[in-house]
Design a protein around this ligand. Structure first.
Ligand SMILES: NC(=O)c1ccc[n+]([C@@H]2O[C@H](COP(=O)([O-])OP(=O)(O)OC[C@H]3O[C@@H](n4cnc5c(N)ncnc54)[C@H](OP(=O)(O)O)[C@@H]3O)[C@@H](O)[C@H]2O)c1
Length: 299
């Protein structure tokens, strides 16, 4: 298949690009800068210059491809409403370009906050609808197009898609530990985070592209829930810092913006995904990657 990938230069998208190319697919990646275009070309894919704000560039990319995988996102945590507005407009654009074609449209989503108090499964609907919802309500918008001639698939990633070179949430927590001198966890540290290795996630995205029916939700989750206290302890060991509980009232002050995420208990299951697509994660778990020093060795 010829696949148009947004975010092809990003953390997950670059692994997905490599996975697709290795399996014999053709990839065109959206590139908003010369640097991103160079990275995409170096990976062996074609670069399509444009941006998430240039909807015509997205329409052209979708029209020329057999499938679209949307992994681009504005990770500006100071302006999440802006990122969500963009997400909504981008997904609307792709859906209108693909409607009636039966072509696959895979989009990134997350597992956080969907079913407070219990592990979220693929059958649990996302409560966010409409443009003002989380991530612009884009997941539901896409899934609603399953009966309008789009093979839409939601890719719900664990909040930590980890591996060597990760600059995401766990790397941010390592930065907080370095600057405060403490590897902290919130309260009793029993809140759990699911996790998936980046290469396992990329493999799952390919399986979903090739075989998931219209309207499927897949969970890129290898580990259902790791206690945040264990994550903090591993950071403390790697950085040679003490590990200690942070009072929930002091979370913002201690951790900054990442604190409210680290306080969340958000276990997630992937049993249905494994059954449907035969996906079996084979790479290291999060604590293994922490023990390998990927988050704590000197930069
Ligand atoms: N990583 C995780 O742990 C995780 C967990 C749950 C969900 N997700 C979701 O999965 C998706 C991929 O995440 P990621 O970790 O791979 O993100 P990332 O490393 O931050 O990559 C984001 C990608 O989006 C591109 N991008 C950003 N703004 C753009 C713009 N205005 N125009 C065009 N491209 C733009 C970036 O291009 P440049 O290279 O040019 O910057 C990059 O390729 C996102 O939707 C994310 O929210 C990720």
């Amino acid at each position: 298949m010829h696949v148009f990938v947004t975010g092809a230069s990003g953390w997950i998208g670059s692994a997905v690009t490599a996975e697709l190319l290795a399996a014999g697919h053709e990839v065109t990646g959206l590139a908003r800068s010369a640097e991103s275009a160079a990275a995409i070309s170096a990976a062996g894919a074609a670069a399509h210059r444009g941006s998430l704000d240039d909807l015509e560039s997205l329409r052209a990319g979708a029209r020329a491809a057999d499938a679209v995988i949307h992994l681009g996102f504005k990770h500006d945590f100071s302006d999440m409403p802006g990122a969500w507005r963009t997400e909504r407009a981008v997904v609307e654009t792709f859906l209108s370009a693909l409607e009636g074609s039966d072509r696959p449209f895979l989009l990134a989503s997350g597992v956080a906050g969907l079913t407070p108090g219990r592990a979220v499964t693929e059958r649990d609907a996302n409560p966010s609808h409409g443009p003002d919802g989380m991530r612009g309500g884009a997941e539901n918008l896409a899934l609603e197009h399953a009966d309008r001639g789009v093979r839409s698939v939601s890719l719900r990633f664990a909040p930590t898609v980890h591996g060597e070179g990760d600059r995401g949430f766990v790397a941010t927590l390592a930065g907080v530990a370095r600057s405060t001198g403490v590897a902290g966890y919130v309260g009793d540290g029993s809140a759990r985070w699911p996790a998936v290795h980046r290469l396992d996630a990329a493999h799952l995205v390919r399986l979903a592209l090739e075989g998931a029916p219209a309207g499927t939700v897949v969970h890129a989750v290898a580990e259902e829930g790791i206690a945040t206290r264990q994550i903090a302890e591993a950071l403390g060991r790697g950085l040679d810092l003490p590990t200690r509980s942070i009072d929930p009232a002091d979370v913002d002050g201690h951790f900054g913006w990442i604190g409210r995420f680290f306080a969340l208990d958000i276990p997630a299951s992937s049993a249905l995904t494994r059954d449907l697509l035969g996906w079996e994660p084979t790479h290291a778990g999060l604590l293994g990657d922490l023990a390998a020093g990927y988050y704590t060795d000197a930069e």
